[in-house]
Design a protein. Structure first.
Length: 101
C-alpha cells in the first residue's frame, strides 16, 4: 500500500510539472499557473493510474518501487499532465471563441 501512495504522489507531482511546462510552452493553451497545476496534476494522476493498470510492471512488481518504475511513472504523469492541460486550454479557447461571436 505505501508504494501505491508514493506512486500516486509521484504521478501527481510529475503531472503538475508537465501541465506547467505545457502551459509555458504553448501560451495560447495555458490556463494560468494554478489552472495548469490543477489540470496537470489531474492528468498526471489519471494517466499514471491507467498506465499502471495496463502495464503492471510500472507499479514496481518486484514488491518495491524500483528506479525503472519510478522513471516510468514520472514520464507517464508528466505526459498526462501536459496532455490534459492542452486539452483544457483548447476547450477554454473554443468556449471563449463561441462567446465572442
Amino acid at each position: 500500500m505505501p508504494e501505491t501512495l508514493l506512486s500516486l504522489i509521484v504521478q501527481l507531482l510529475a503531472g503538475a510539472i508537465g501541465g506547467n511546462a505545457a502551459g509555458a510552452a504553448l501560451k495560447d493553451y495555458g490556463l494560468g499557473m494554478l489552472g495548469n497545476t490543477v489540470a496537470g496534476a489531474i492528468g498526471g494522476g489519471v494517466m499514471g493510474q491507467v498506465l499502471q493498470a495496463l502495464l503492471p510492471a510500472l507499479a514496481g512488481g518486484t514488491g518495491g518501487l524500483d528506479i525503472g518504475a519510478l522513471l516510468a511513472q514520472i514520464a507517464g504523469g508528466g505526459a498526462g499532465g501536459a496532455i490534459l492541460t492542452v486539452i483544457a486550454g483548447l476547450v477554454k479557447n473554443a468556449v471563449a471563441g463561441q462567446r465572442a461571436h
